[in-house]
Design a binder for this molecule. Structure first.
Ligand SMILES: *Cc1c(COP(=O)(O)O)cnc(C)c1O
Length: 224
């Protein structure tokens, strides 16, 4: 199947309110270009260097999503162009994004990455860390970031009941966030990023409105 057919198959499957971020990490710019020409604007990468290199070679109206762990010393490289950072996991990192966004005279949209997997290996905030971040007095001074919602990854397992349970937990956190934090200048909760190639249908059933799909569009990734 062609890339564009893979894309269209997924777009036909998912409800209209769900956005699709095509995860293009390790894949060449030619492939991204092909999907862009078919109308796909949102692309996700997990390495800042790779995303920055690609962004300079591709059309400027592409929306670049940072989906991987982000080191503070890399924020300056993506601050001028990134569309959405999915992987904020500390107040320190958020402060750095604020600082670099201000330098670039723009507002950067971010998601807070939550630890939802029952397995230990996945990154993210737990419930009390989320609470601490959102109630930090420093947040009020962060006028160049906007918290748009949450992101999470389920355990890598064949157990669909477990995946559904983990995504369901994240949706619960998201709903609490929406009801406890009414829209302010830098908190506007409307995005729940969950679901990848293997589990996006479960994620959508559980309330996702942004899925991050790589291999189901681009084929398997080869790392070397
Ligand atoms: C690689 C990656 C994806 C996409 O994974 P696929 O299984 O190829 O769809 C989604 N989210 C994150 C955070 C990733 O690192």
């Amino acid at each position: 199947m062609s890339l564009v057919k893979n894309l269209e198959k997924i777009l036909n499957e998912i409800p209209g309110h769900v956005r699709l971020c095509a995860v293009s990490k390790t894949k060449p710019v030619e492939m991204i270009q092909e999907l862009y020409q078919a109308g796909q604007l949102d692309f996700g990468e997990n390495k800042v260097q790779e995303m920055t290199d690609k962004s300079t070679l591709l059309p400027s109206d592409i929306h670049w999503h940072q989906i991987g762990t982000l080191q503070r010393n890399k924020v300056k490289y993506l601050a001028s162009y990134v569309h959405l950072i999915h992987s904020i996991d500390s107040l320190k990192l958020l402060k750095e994004v604020q600082k670099e966004a201000e330098k670039n005279e723009r507002t950067i949209d971010v998601l807070l990455q939550m630890h939802i997997a029952e397995e230990e290996t996945k990154f993210g905030l737990d419930r009390s860390e989320l609470e601490n971040l959102l109630t930090s007095p420093e947040l009020a001074n962060m006028t160049h970031i906007r918290i748009r919602g949450l992101m999470g990854m389920a355990t890598f397992t064949q157990n669909t009941a477990q995946i559904a349970r983990e995504f369901g937990e994240l949706k619960k956190r998201y709903d609490e966030l929406q009801s406890h934090y009414p829209d302010s200048s830098n908190i506007q909760i409307d995005t729940l990023s969950m679901g990848m190639s293997g589990d996006y249908t479960i994620a959508i059933d559980q309330g996702s409105n942004l899925i991050r799909v790589g291999s189901a569009i681009f084929g398997e990734r080869i790392y070397n």
